[in-house]
Design a protein. Structure first.
Length: 267
């Protein structure tokens, strides 16, 4: 047993014995703070989802097909979308989890191969800059999200305003990789200046693994997206510059910030 470990245990026990109430109060306060933050973020996600519904609803008709992303913010959008499900034809899901949630709400879900067009794609982001470039993939659905978003006429991003950054890269960049190429790809990502970490225990809907790349300087998102995609064994990476958001609704304590990207024009 190390001296540091023994000393730490000793001090913790002494503190508990001398001030048991203090330990209890601190634990309760920490738990309450976490619940408050989580509750607050959930409220912001909900407001962003509602803003997206208000934006897309006037554009939908009985032939419209809506692409839907994956994750907790997308789940808020799905729940709101269900309230207007009679105004559009169907949806295309970016993951099996999203497909199940849409179907549970009674929304028709189509395979992308059977879809003649996608009017709009709505999804969250782990980071977004002022030009609509994003990092996505925290939920490990980045490849299907990128495929579905590329098929849509318009990409609408929804998030809380903490996701707005001046430069992408603080959030570790997810990269979907064919399992046999894990080490090969990791070495190539190190060459690009990143620190890849295997997200153990996670398998994508496509049967692949995820490497999360820390401390990667993403000065030019589009160029970096292409360079990583060119690495043999990479299926897709979480930089969304080629499929940047056209519009973003970012919810904060002072309301909704509406970001229109000048880099991405709606067809």
């Amino acid at each position: 047993m190390s001296p540091e470990f023994s000393l730490h245990n000793f001090l913790t026990c002494q503190q508990f014995l001398n001030h048991p109430q203090d330990i209890t109060v601190r634990c309760c306060a920490t738990s309450q703070t976490r619940r408050f933050i989580s509750h607050s973020q959930d409220e912001l996600k909900q407001k962003a989802a509602e803003a997206a519904i208000s934006y897309i609803a006037p554009k939908l008709d009985r032939k419209s097909i809506v692409g839907v992303g994956t994750g907790s913010t997308a789940n808020c959008f799905i729940d709101e979308l269900a309230k207007i499900r009679h105004t559009f034809d169907a949806a295309v899901a970016s993951s099996e989890a999203t497909q199940q949630r849409l179907a549970a709400h009674g929304i028709t879900v189509l395979d992308l191969n059977a879809t003649p067009h996608l009017d709009v794609y709505v999804d969250g982001a782990d980071e977004i800059d002022a030009l609509g470039n994003m990092i996505k993939g925290g939920g490990a659905a980045l490849t299907r999200e990128k495929i579905v978003s590329s098929a849509a006429n318009e990409f609408v991003c929804i998030a809380d305003d903490s996701k707005l950054v001046t430069r992408l890269g603080t959030f570790p960049l997810p990269v979907e990789v064919i399992p046999m190429a894990r080490s090969l790809v990791a070495r190539a990502l190190v060459q690009l200046g990143g620190q890849p970490i295997w997200r153990e225990g996670v398998t994508t809907d496509n049967g692949n693994i995820i490497l999360d790349v820390h401390n990667l300087k993403i000065e030019q998102p589009l160029e970096m997206e292409r360079r990583i995609n060119d690495i043999a064994g990479v299926v897709c990476n979480g930089i969304f510059a080629q499929q940047a958001a056209h519009v973003a609704f970012l919810a904060g304590k002072n309301g909704i910030t509406n970001l229109h990207s000048s880099a991405a024009e709606v067809p």
